[in-house]
Design a protein around this ligand. Structure first.
Ligand code: UDP
Length: 240
């Protein structure tokens, strides 16, 4: 079932369902896509029809973060819960490692994808690392070629939003992969170059606050969150 939050159609799934669907997509011939919008991306989508189209045409649209979950609740169409993209992908790695499936890491600064691959291969023995490439390139062609010659089951595109969603949408038709997902800063987390909030903060839904304290430069981006909530409340009471 889809839940509309300010124009973005989220899939109303739990983490387990999202992993089951992701695993099923690895066995279908077409290239499926996963996006994980947070309130900030929803706000950008409202101003950028190309991005809105790219997001809404994904096979799976996961609610990344508590803001989207609160928004859906206020709108009277609650979601089952948040499905953070970085956690979803790790659960995919765990399942994929049992079946010898392969993943390709695209994105982040030079060296980060390699370190992420090394850490994930150690943590999930059996997971096949098909290849890695940093996220700072000018010519898409050779990158698409490198991915296609590795032909991974899963491709993580970690170029930050909205670049990654547009990149996936532009290259979906020419990529020889089963599933591709836009996952922002996840490679930095897997590589250990960026720390996730401690479990206790995450349980209290305060991961956003932890990220803000660690990276105060995110304040400008995060100011979209109060505007998102105001718009949601407005829509709830005035219907537009
Ligand atoms: N990035 C990249 N290529 C670019 C711009 C950004 O690979 O041209 C990477 C950047 O190094 C970082 C990620 O994209 O690893 C974005 O991380 P951020 O935490 O900002 O993403 P979010 O999860 O908030 O979308």
């Amino acid at each position: 079932m889809k839940v509309d939050v300010l124009g973005v159609s989220f899939d109303n799934v739990t983490m387990d369902e999202a992993v089951r669907l992701g695993m099923e997509m690895l066995d279908t011939p077409e290239a499926d896509t996963v996006v994980t919008p947070n309130p900030e991306i929803v706000m950008v989508c409202r101003k950028d029809p190309e991005l809105m189209g790219a997001v809404n045409s994904a096979s799976l649209v996961l609610p990344d973060g508590i803001g989207v979950v609160y928004g859906a609740k206020i709108l009277g169409t609650p979601l089952s819960g948040k499905v953070p993209g970085a956690d979803w992908a790790e659960k995919m790695f765990s399942e994929m490692s049992k079946r010898g499936r392969s993943v390709y890491f695209l994105g982040a600064k030079p060296g980060v994808a390699e370190k992420a691959a090394e850490n994930m291969a150690k943590k999930y023995p059996g997971l096949v690392i098909a290849g890695t490439h940093d996220g700072y390139f000018n010519d898409d062609g050779p990158v698409v070629e490198a991915i296609n010659s590795a032909s991974p089951d899963l491709l993580l595109v970690c170029l930050g939003a909205p670049k990654q969603e547009k990149w996936i949408s532009a290259h979906r038709g020419e990529l020889n992969v089963r599933l591709m997902a836009g996952l922002g800063g996840s490679l930095d987390v897997y590589a250990g170059t960026v720390q996730r909030a401690p479990e206790s903060w995450r349980k209290l839904n305060l991961e956003w606050l932890y990220r803000l304290i660690k990276q105060p430069s995110r304040l400008g981006r995060m100011l979209k969150l109060p505007r998102f909530l105001i718009l949601v409340v407005w829509k709830r009471f005035f219907g537009k």
